[in-house]
Unconditional design. Structure first.
Length: 264
């Protein structure tokens, strides 16, 4: 074997070993969002750290740790901090539901987050509220407003989505989108706000945890991807639609997560 082939094989084996040696973290905000994953785990064990239940075991042959983060950026940030401190994950996948913003996106559809933006962080001046990038730990400010997910994980997510048998809603096969996901501590149920998020940030979905998790992962150098399935359209009927579709939407997001694990 020549040296070039040997190095390529060595790097591949090293990457594969790293994935296996460290657990892959899978996080959702709600019980429904992680239920199918917990049911599918092998050799599951529960341990409580910092008031959070963590489930370790194997899923699709990969070592994983699964947890419920809770709703909102504070819960998500706390849970991610406890997770990373105690389990040192090799990568993080967030699974859950969201309000779809694209005019073609309907309940059950998938949105893969290429970029995350936190739209309720900024400053109010004479011109009104202006969104700003996250602050750094040293007090400085990141230059970019958007936080990019790991390109490799995004690519694997898109590839996996083509192979998944998603749950149809109202007899319609779910579509898959990839783009910006907007985060804030707000459940959006307003036509005008939904339209603003789509027009202002080119966001395809809105939710309450993703950008906070993305910021921590960026700070710690942990590869991540945010997977969402639309439970509603963030419009005036969002609360009714959420209650109706949170179940099947959660299943669709979880099925994609299991597909991603098979690609790793």
């Amino acid at each position: 074997m020549d040296i070039k082939k040997f190095l390529i094989l060595s790097l591949f084996c090293f990457f594969s070993f790293a994935i296996q040696a460290q657990r892959i973290a899978i996080m959702g905000a709600l019980d429904q969002e992680i239920a199918i994953l917990l049911d599918s785990m092998k050799s599951s064990k529960k341990v409580n750290k910092g008031g959070i239940d963590f489930y370790t075991g194997k899923l699709k042959g990969k070592k994983v740790v699964i947890l419920k983060a809770g709703v909102g950026k504070v819960n998500a940030s706390y849970s991610t901090a406890i997770l990373t401190e105690n389990f040192k994950p090799s990568l993080l996948i967030f699974t859950g539901v969201a309000g779809g913003l694209h005019f073609e996106a309907l309940p059950g559809d998938i949105v893969i987050g290429i970029k995350l933006v936190q739209y309720d962080f900024g400053q109010i001046d004479s011109t009104g509220f202006n969104v700003s990038p996250f602050r750094k730990l040293d007090g400085g400010r990141h230059e970019e407003l958007y936080i990019e997910a790991d390109a490799g994980l995004v690519a694997k997510s898109i590839l996996s989505a083509d192979k998944i048998d998603f749950v149809p809603i109202s007899g319609r096969k779910p579509k898959v989108f990839a783009g910006v996901i907007a985060t804030a501590d707000v459940f959006v149920s307003n036509n005008e706000k939904a339209a603003w998020l789509y027009e202002e940030f080119d966001a395809l979905a809105t939710e309450m945890e993703g950008a906070a998790i993305a910021h921590i992962c960026r700070t710690l150098g942990i590869p991540f991807v945010i997977i969402r399935s639309c439970s509603d359209n963030a419009n005036n009927n969002a609360r009714v639609n959420f209650n109706q579709f949170v179940g099947p939407a959660s299943v669709n997001s979880a099925r994609l997560v299991m597909g991603i694990l098979e690609e790793l």
